[in-house]
Design a protein. Structure first.
Length: 366
């Protein structure tokens, strides 16, 4: 449970005269409460009141697990046969009707917003808690960085398993299956996103769909993966060569590597998120491949794999010590070649440190 962050949220609530904040995103619920769950279609909610104790509201079958987590406040549940909104309204109204309620506009469904409005028709529901929560998550504590480092170590293990599974005739899906099977055997419960293994021309799609395509001599094979470890995520990308690459493949790889290293070298407190994107982008543009770097340089990482901020040209957010984000330039030439190299890093007082240590120099599997 993160009491300090809840206190910071309540300070914002006081400044905005907000009586109650309704947290609906399971990742944000886990961030504040320490309780992690995927409720599927059922309601999982965290209610933080300005003048009263917060409480978790879960499906009845999860109450015991929530009570046994690090959450130190009340947990209330509901049966599938009950109307959860009637129970929620009763719990909230015990301490009076809230005049102003903040919600997560990016995550709360219209149907649930309508239910909230129906039970609290006089309440002002205009406040959005998401920008505040994003800023609360922006600077990681030493404990959070240690957990991100552990998650990064497991991503390195996953890459090692994947590299060993690459052979002529191996299908993308087979390599993914081997990675995830071996990780589960070693105690990793979940990946932080769907594992990507893309070979040959398939890697030219930044978010391609792995399938039955098999590895052939001379293919580049792109790995993009991460794990969830003790509630924190990792994310790493490496591109390797199966057998000897062509001169053109080497050229593209070395250009992406140069851009990634330039971005990592530029990270320091005081630079902006947009300037970091520009540093990497200029390296690629100067060699005539700018049109093939068609996504942002990076994104924040923490309890979710894509967090605030976005590292994209024009973003004037100033980088500070303790921020954590990815650096992942790429070049994707349709029907030809795709290369991406990514590390997630944390910002120090004068630079950055990556969470993943797998070498970035071109690895050639013989």
């Amino acid at each position: 449970m993160n009491q300090n962050k809840m206190n910071e949220l309540k300070s914002w609530m006081a400044s905005e005269q907000i009586d109650l904040t309704y947290i609906s995103d399971p990742h944000h619920i886990a961030y504040f409460s320490g309780y992690t769950s995927d409720p599927h279609e059922r309601i999982l909610a965290l209610f933080i009141a300005l003048e009263d104790d917060p409480f978790l509201f879960t499906p009845a079958l999860e109450v015991e697990d929530a009570e046994n987590s690090s959450w130190a406040y009340p947990v209330y549940g509901y049966l599938d046969s009950e109307n959860p909104w009637e129970k929620i309204a009763q719990l909230i109204k015990k301490t009076g009707l809230p005049k102003k309620i903040a919600t997560e506009k990016e995550f709360l469904s219209v149907a649930r917003f309508d239910q909230l409005k129906a039970f609290f028709p006089e309440a002002d529901l205009s406040a959005n808690a998401v920008p505040v929560i994003e800023k609360l998550q922006l600077i990681k504590t030493k404990e959070e960085i240690n957990l991100l480092m552990e998650a990064g170590n497991w991503a390195d293990v996953a890459l090692e398993i994947g590299f060993q599974a690459v052979k002529e005739g191996a299908a993308e899906q087979e390599i993914i299956a081997e990675i995830e099977y071996q990780l589960k055997r070693r105690g990793v419960r979940a990946m932080s996103f769907d594992t990507l293994v893309l070979t040959g021309k398939n890697a030219a799609s930044p978010h391609g769909t792995p399938g039955k395509t098999t590895v052939k001599n001379g293919d580049f094979v792109l790995f993009d993966l991460g794990v969830v470890w003790k509630g924190y995520c990792s994310d790493v990308t490496r591109t390797i060569s199966f057998k000897e690459p062509t001169a053109f493949q080497r050229e593209i790889y070395e250009l992406v590597l140069k851009a990634q290293l330039a971005a990592a070298e530029a990270v320091k407190p005081g630079i902006t998120a947009g300037e970091l994107d520009t540093v990497a982008r200029l390296v690629i543009e100067e060699q005539g491949y700018g049109a093939y770097f068609n996504h942002r340089l990076g994104h924040g990482i923490g309890t979710t794999v894509h967090e605030y901020p976005s590292l994209i040209t024009g973003n004037d957010l100033v980088i500070e010590e303790g921020m954590c984000f990815s650096l992942e330039p790429g070049i994707y030439i349709p029907n030809n070649i795709g290369v991406r190299i990514e590390d997630c890093v944390y910002v120090t007082e004068n630079g950055c440190v990556p969470f993943t240590k797998t070498p970035k120099e071109l690895q050639i599997l013989e």
